[in-house]
Design a protein. Sequence first.
Lengths: 102, 368
Amino acid sequence: MPENCIYIARSSAIAARALAGEMMVMNSADSTFFTLNEVATAIFQAADGRTTLEEIVREKICRQFDVDPAQAQADAEQFVTELSGHGILLVSDRPLAGEASR
Amino acid sequence: MSLMSEVGQKAFNLGVPLAVHFDVTYRCNERCVHCYLDHDDHGEMTTAEIKGVLDQLAEAGVFFLTLSGGEVFMRRDFFEIVEYARRLLFNVKIKTNGVMIDEEGAKRIRKLGVDTIQISLYSHRPEVHDAITKLPHSFERTLRAIRFLHQQGLRVTIANVLMTANSSDQGGVQELAAELGVPYTLDPTITPMMDGDTSVLSLRIPGEELPGIFRNPALVANQEEFCAPPQPPSDEDLAGYSCSAGHSFCYISPYGEVFPCVQFPLPTGNIRQQKFLDIWNLSPALQEVRSIQARDLAVCSSCSHVGSCSRCPGLAYMEGNMRGPSSADCEKSFYRTGVPTANMLQQGLSKPRTTVPLIQIRPLAVPA
């Protein structure tokens, strides 16, 4: 799948809340619990199912944080793979507006 | 330290209300003999008011939301409330007796992404459970709800309150929980009514029965450590706080009252008159609760148990002084370790004063 076609959305099964700049995320299906750092939080919050991951990295991450774009894209893909493996993020090559978070 | 403990400590240090217990109604279809609530509706919040409270709690940083009662399903809008809470991304736990949950209801709960459902079950014998709840066939209906919820893949926990009427049944409930494939929790604490009436305390099991619980390997994993004699308190122990009540946790009643905890009826403000965050940040009563370290406790600061005691400031408050001892916890500390507490020694007692009256009128007639 070309990387500019990855759409990500937050699963409806999760609970999430920011605590002092970090996002707490829990999947009610298996009680996996994560805290996300500032960069990961920015990706998580932008995961609306309609914006591609490439666009999130370019428009949000690279503008807000001093990062190398290629490295940021690679890290973002790894992050998305990990969270989708835990059912926290949904990933598709098509927009996921209907699946986006509650 | 686990990630969850780290987050809890961070919220505690920052004074963020990480968890809230929210009773959405006091109405109930059961009349449990040990219940501390008045079940009449004295003007509980409307759906719109509750949604407004949830908005405020999300803004304040609340993550763990326990919805309880009364019986939550006595509210016709309960699913609407849960759906709204989930839209706001709370981690939702529901406490219920399950009597009104059918298969469709269990499916709806699963679809809403509820984290845990805690269901009260007091015995493995229908006649004992029903005698405690005073609702005929409640055992059967509660058990059916547990099965429906479990079949949906939801996390269900059975909660048993131990009292005189069911003290011989805890093993049976535990076996039933294992058979149903759900975890089991046991609480021997009976609390006074919220209006201060202490008559329900006569239902507490005699302290002499507590060692049987504390030394039961099926209930307490690390008994040696749990029942070890207390160590002399360290400076760290004396700088510690009793619990998260008022620090990173609070309780909200169906009437909008905010308290440090569900069993700590210290008025701090009403969400119908003030914003939640104004109460949380500015209430003098909450600030006072937050200021109390172990070294400030009238009797307990000199007690060898101070570092390991489960002292509940709410129960102490109900005994008359939030800085004082909680006799129920003194009793637990004594029967856990065999070492008298400072509170007992001050009263010249070598063992706790019995909480069960010598002459008892048991409100229940249940088969042996």
